[in-house]
Design a protein around this ligand. Structure first.
Ligand SMILES: NC(=O)c1ccc[n+]([C@@H]2O[C@H](COP(=O)([O-])OP(=O)(O)OC[C@H]3O[C@@H](n4cnc5c(N)ncnc54)[C@H](OP(=O)(O)O)[C@@H]3O)[C@@H](O)[C@H]2O)c1
Length: 295
């Protein structure tokens, strides 16, 4: 699939930065965006990317304006990668509503609002691909990234619906369920956490901090390889040769393990709860639960 124009958010570091270089290396065009783009996207610009300033938490009007500006550069956008995101760490009780809303502003509303800005163009052309970055933690649940996981879980759920809404217009969605990759997400500049005021969580926070340091230094995933798999999937090249853009792209062993474990656990819950679930249509106590009722 030659000659695509990509619009990518959060290109200063990590997956975003690697995506820019991979896409350019395959001969496609990129509009790379970031906060403080002129200072932070110099390498990407020198490699051939067009650069634009974009904070995904801007108003819908701001996002619409940036997309209109982007459309003037190459005359079209074929792929939007909603990559910008950050990790808010902390026990949910301690994180509080404001910080939780902030992480949703970037990870959930940023991605949905920017997609809303691009969709009229995609609908008009009856083509386009929307990429969303999610996390294996949505499938596993862990103590302390709860606010982040909630924002990514909301995104995954919204995209399940969006996929069906936009398919009639020839538009594809792909949710990348990522495992652990060596990017700046766990780094001191990008990761966020608020005041720690509840003594009961002090030990848990210490454990969380040491885990974050370990993940920052030793996450197994190579972001350049992860970026290459995403580009393969969109362009039906390399590891995805001859395949349609998938609804989900799993990256990393820990992502595979988490999804498999959750699916197995849910299947067991379905099997064990089948007769009870079905009994709600008639109200009759299922035969295999009669014993339970008389106790
Ligand atoms: N690495 C992993 O293990 C992992 C796992 C699961 C999912 N992911 C997802 O992968 C995506 C990319 O993250 P990464 O791992 O590459 O981490 P990263 O190196 O920290 O990159 C994230 C980028 O997002 C940008 N960003 C944050 N808030 C923004 C905003 N409001 N507007 C525009 N840009 C913003 C940051 O830009 P600034 O430099 O301006 O802050 C940063 O360059 C994220 O959505 C993340 O949730 C990563």
């Amino acid at each position: 699939m030659p000659g695509l124009v990509w619009f990518i958010t959060g290109c200063a570091t990590g997956f975003g930065e690697k995506l820019v270089h991979d896409v350019l290396g395959r001969g496609d065009k990129v509009i790379a965006t970031a906060r403080n783009a002129s200072a932070r996207l110099q390498t990407q610009k020198e490699a051939g990317a067009a650069i634009l300033e974009l904070d995904v938490t801007g108003t819908q009007k701001t996002l619409d304006d940036v997309v209109n500006q982007a459309l003037k550069i190459y005359g079209k956008i074929d792929v939007l990668v909603n990559n910008a995101g950050y990790l808010e760490a902390g026990f949910l009780e301690e994180v509080g509503e404001e910080r939780m809303r902030n992480v949703f502003s970037t990870n959930f509303f940023g991605a949905i609002n920017l997609s809303r800005a691009v969709l009229p163009h995609f609908r008009e052309r009856k083509t386009g691909t929307l990429i969303f970055m999610s996390s294996y933690t949505v499938w596993e649940g862990q103590p302390t990234p709860g606010a982040y996981v909630a924002s990514k879980g909301a995104l995954e759920s919204a995209v399940l619906c969006l996929e069906k809404e936009v398919a009639p217009f020839g538009i594809k969605t792909c949710t990348v369920i990522s495992g652990l990759f060596r990017t700046e997400i766990f780094g001191p500049r990008n990761m966020k956490y608020g005041a720690r005021e509840i003594p009961a969580y002090a030990e848990g926070n210490k454990w969380s901090d040491s885990l974050v340091t370990q993940m920052y230094e030793h996450s197994p995933g190579d972001p350049a390889a992860g970026a290459a798999r995403i580009v393969d999937a969109v362009k039906s090249e390399g590891t995805a040769k001859g395949k349609e853009v998938p609804s989900f792209l799993i990256l990393g062993q820990e992502a595979l393990d988490a999804i498999r474990a959750r699916c197995k656990a849910m299947l067991k819950i379905c099997d064990e709860g089948e007769s009870v679930a079905q009994s709600t249509a008639t109200g009759a106590i299922p035969a295999d639960q009669a014993e339970t009722k008389s106790e």
